[in-house]
Design a protein around this ligand. Sequence first.
Ligand code: ADP
Length: 403
Amino acid sequence: MNILVINAGSSSLKYQLLDPSTGELLAKGLCERIGLDGKFTYKPQVAGKAGKNAVDVAMPTHSEAIQTVLNALVDKDNGVLSSMSEIDAVGHRVVHGGESFASSVLLTDEVLKAIEECNPLAPLHNPANLIGIRACAAVLGDKVPQVAVFDTAFHQTMPPVAYTYAIPYEYYENDKVRRYGFHGTSHRFVSARAAAMLGKPIEELKIITCHLGNGSSIAAVKNGKCVDTTMGLTPLAGLPMGTRAGDMDAGVMEFLMNKYNLSMSEMMNILNKKSGVLGISGVSSDFRDLDAAAAEGNVRARLAIDVFCYDVKKYIGSYAAAMGGVDAIVFTAGVGENSPELRTAMTEGLSYMGVAPLNQEANHKRGEEVDISGEGSPVKVLVIPTNEELMIAMDTAEIVEKL
Ligand code: ADP
């Protein structure tokens, strides 16, 4: 089965074509600057096929972008399919499913309407996801089923005690203001892989999944269900990130807005784009740059890394408390998968709760699922590369196979 996975943004569209039964990736790439000067990247994963890197293609709307992707996939020289009929279904990443979606769903007119109703919760993302869905339907026709996979869905099992904000309750009742959480597809994928690695049913495990990339979040997964997560109504909450502030006293906003006469949108721009480890260090949002700067003695780069690691450790402790223990801690995404130094710092001093010092030889392995726990560690520490596209393709296949 060939599933086309689409992640549509307002002016970009990432795609992968894969077979969820084998996990085989046939091609991937992206369309950028849609509506502007259109750039197209195509990376076939089949030997002997040539790719394209940010070549100029006119893409006034997402429909032309999808058409460009399809043309590349069936191109007679460098395509990976012989015709469009070999695409069995399309899986879309949708950012916000609000309280309406606790799992992936087949896209129908009704579902599209319900996603649209979630737009106010993610005004930058959901409308772009919908444009991608409609563009696919326009180009592929309604014979090719489409499925929506939500970033928020996995977190819908959180109990009210974890998702309720301590503000007047009518804002929840009337406006649905509550914790939702994001990166759900990744947390679900790596927690399932962790159970497989440990050889135990996920229903018997307490797992803390740390998705640490440009955007970062942690989830507490008890018996296969998410019971808490760090992101909130929006992805601005929780850990400090590359450029996002994460949790802080909301009073900081009033203080700075008054003092510097900032508008709300200027303030939000600071919190989303100029804060996090970039804001603390003044160097970069990329942990590789921070490592290099810290090694040269840059004190603020060191502080940014330390604040990040301290917060991750704090959440690990609080989620162990929330679940009444922990069997495994999982590290994933750009930082989680690639930085042995940060993994060490984030798990240091946790012996009291059963996390022995890491096995440094395993901790320095790259690019694979690996158990990095120290010998005899009651709590396992695992590195698991995430694969949100594969999870989206697997959900899509499962849903369309039942049609
Ligand atoms: P996104 O959240 O955009 O999907 P990723 O999960 O790909 O991002 O994570 C990207 C981040 O991973 C980079 O900004 C960088 O900070 C970090 N990263 C990648 N490789 C390394 C590495 N070798 N050491 C430390 N950090 C790394």
